[in-house]
Design a binder for this molecule. Structure first.
Ligand code: TMP
Ligand code: ASP
Length: 236
């Protein structure tokens, strides 16, 4: 499988066409942005870590009954995936209060939530990914009722899998964001990535942050944190 023309370049990945119209090649970059691209930087080695971690997780999720875009890893930074049109929703799960939830609700970061929260944002850079709910998504035709039910079912499975996956290596899954895509036949599958860019991951003993918040908040040791997660998961 070979890369042909570049179809799209996002903040953290490039997408290339291939000879097969049903699949594309994703290339993970070391570029990092935060606050909708306002803060820019590089996290050396991130592309490799995010590629390999995302692929491992998606492989396991497939086995657990969540269909994903994964076809095959091509190299350290490149993966062949099924071509989808991305559903313009950021699907967020929160197990512990942090980030924008803590700010909005006035709840200290680290407070255990009594039940997981499934939250939606409208993926739209111009509007800064506004917080929405199911009714907004349905009313605007972003998804159908059937699709939202499937998205919720898969998302709950992803949370159950990820919580255990990380806890087994001493990491608490605070929250995460996932995205779904539609195949040409309309089937919904998990797409995008699952990585320390898109999850909040805290050491269970020290609460040390092992994710992109270290970059967002200028905490230092960003590369080391990504590497730590990668090594603990045995993916290095
Ligand atoms: P938030 O607390 O800032 O809303 O973030 C919730 C989760 O979503 C957190 O794990 C980080 C992730 N996230 C992304 O993956 N991309 C984004 O653009 C944002 C804002 C958050
Ligand atoms: N990836 C997002 C951006 O720059 C934000 C984030 O992850 O915090 O826009």
């Amino acid at each position: 499988m070979e890369k042909k023309q570049k179809l799209y370049e996002g903040k953290a990945k490039k997408v290339y066409a291939t000879e097969d119209p049903a699949v594309v090649i994703i290339e993970y970059k070391d570029d990092a942005t935060a606050f909708n691209g306002v803060k820019k930087g590089t996290i050396v080695g991130k592309g490799v870590i995010n590629n390999k971690m995302s692929n491992y997780v998606m492989k396991q999720l497939e086995k657990a009954g969540v269909p994903t875009h994964l076809v095959e890893e091509l190299s350290n930074r490149e993966t062949v995936v099924k071509k989808v049109s991305i559903v313009p929703l950021e699907v967020i799960v929160r197990n512990v209060a942090a980030g924008s939830f803590s700010k909005r609700m006035g709840v200290e970061e680290g407070r255990e939530l009594l039940s997981p929260i499934l939250e939606l944002s409208y993926k739209c850079d111009e509007l800064n990914d506004p917080f929405i709910n199911d009714d907004y998504a349905l009313a605007l035709g972003l998804v159908t009722q059937e699709e939202i039910a499937i998205i919720k079912k898969y998302t709950r499975k992803v949370n159950e899998f990820l919580k255990k996956y990380f806890l087994d290596v001493g990491i608490q899954l605070i929250d995460f964001k996932i995205e779904f895509g539609r195949l040409a036949n309309g089937m919904l599958i998990l797409a995008d990535e699952i990585s320390p860019d898109t999850c909040r991951l805290w050491d269970v003993n020290t609460n040390e942050k092992l994710d992109k918040d270290r970059f967002r908040r200028e905490m230092g040791n960003v590369e080391e944190a990504y590497q730590e997660v990668f090594c603990r998961l045995g993916l290095n």
